[in-house]
Design a protein around this ligand. Structure first.
Ligand code: SF4
Length: 341
């Protein structure tokens, strides 16, 4: 097959605020603005950003759980918006979702076996023998014993429930899983187990992931490429190693600098971004980051910077940084003085 597995073009979602249908000029929440990216088969694309930046709305738009205001989502080159209801159902077999909360995303009245085989039974009738065989196979894939298929969700720990959520997502043999904060409700040691499980599954069956997280440590561990979102827009998209080694956008730089470093020999820089994230109801004109950006120039207050391709598969939305045909060698931020200085 030619072309990417998933292609997202100019995806936008505005939520009108408490308006009647005929009212004009109603305020809107600009949750997602003009987002474009693609995902190749077997790839993990991470989407990161602070809470409220629009990353979970992107996940819902990809799954068609909400309709976009404009823009397209193409799976294997097919525009999902043009599919009829039965065709959309069939296409959902290829795209599944793992949710953040392993406690509320499983039906407490169903057994583990029923939960993980339910997606298949939505499409075809299974005999008891077929259902048990499928459940056993899926449980083994996520590192659980088949004997537990008769237990209920309340009998499992958080990590085990998330394994069940992953088994359920695998049931229809999807080529893409969208994982929305899939490990953020789990303890750190359990997080590591689930992340390693996802990496193993990717190696074994070539599955692709759109992995949505606010945790840069997790993203660095699992991502091939990373899209950084700020106030509904992608501001930087780059291969994971390049992004963490040399962030180009001033916001990416501050995010990475503020993330905890689990290595006591590495010094953590504290670049605090001044001010609050602006409201998505009334975002600043021009570059939405300009009120907080140390590099802001007059043009930043007027023109929205487009996402411009640079060298090495990186794209950046910044008037200052995307004018350069290389990644910056100096920080955008004035570093706070060290104790020795
Ligand atoms: Fe800063 Fe201007 Fe770049 Fe926005 S466009 S990140 S305000 S330099």
């Amino acid at each position: 097959m030619n072309g990417p597995l998933l292609k997202v073009e100019n995806l936008t979602k505005h939520y009108p605020l408490g308006a009647g249908l005929l009212e004009k000029n109603v305020p809107v929440v600009r949750a997602v603005e003009d987002v474009s990216f693609s995902v190749e088969a077997g790839e993990t694309l991470c989407i990161v950003g602070e809470s409220g930046c629009g990353k979970s709305t992107v996940a819902r738009l990809l799954m068609r759980l909400v309709d976009p205001t404009c823009g397209r989502v193409l799976m294997n080159g097919i525009d999902l918006a043009r599919l009829k209801t039965h065709e959309l159902r069939a296409s959902r077999r290829r795209m599944q979702m793992v949710f953040q909360d392993p406690y509320s995303s499983l039906n407490p009245r169903l057994t583990a076996g029923q939960i993980i085989t339910e997606p298949v039974e939505n499409f075809e009738r299974l005999s008891r023998k077929q259902r048990n065989a499928l459940a056993a196979d899926l449980l083994r894939k996520v590192g659980m014993r088949p004997e537990i298929m008769h237990r209920f969700p309340s009998e499992f720990s958080g990590g085990q429930r998330q394994r069940l959520g992953i088994a359920r997502a695998l049931a229809l043999q999807p080529s893409l899983i969208i994982a929305d904060e899939a490990v953020s409700a789990l303890d750190v040691s359990v997080q590591a187990q689930i992340l390693n499980l996802l990496l193993d599954l990717q190696q074994q069956i070539g599955i692709a992931f759109v992995f949505i997280s606010h945790d840069l440590g997790v993203v660095e561990h699992i991502g091939h490429r990373v899209a950084v979102m700020y106030l509904g827009r992608i501001v930087e998209l780059a291969p994971c190693e390049a992004l963490f080694a040399k962030p180009a956008h001033p916001y990416t730089e501050a995010l990475i600098a503020a993330a905890p470093v689990p290595d006591p020999t590495r010094i953590r820089l504290e670049l605090s971004v001044e001010g609050e994230v602006p409201s998505p109801i009334n975002p600043p004109g021009g570059c939405a980051f300009h009120p907080r950006c140390p590099l802001a120039v007059e043009r930043c207050r007027i023109e929205i910077p487009p996402l411009v391709p640079m060298r090495g598969g990186r794209s950046v939305a910044c008037h200052v940084r995307s004018d350069l045909d290389h990644t910056p060698t100096r920080s955008a931020w004035t570093l706070p003085p060290t104790k020795a200085s």
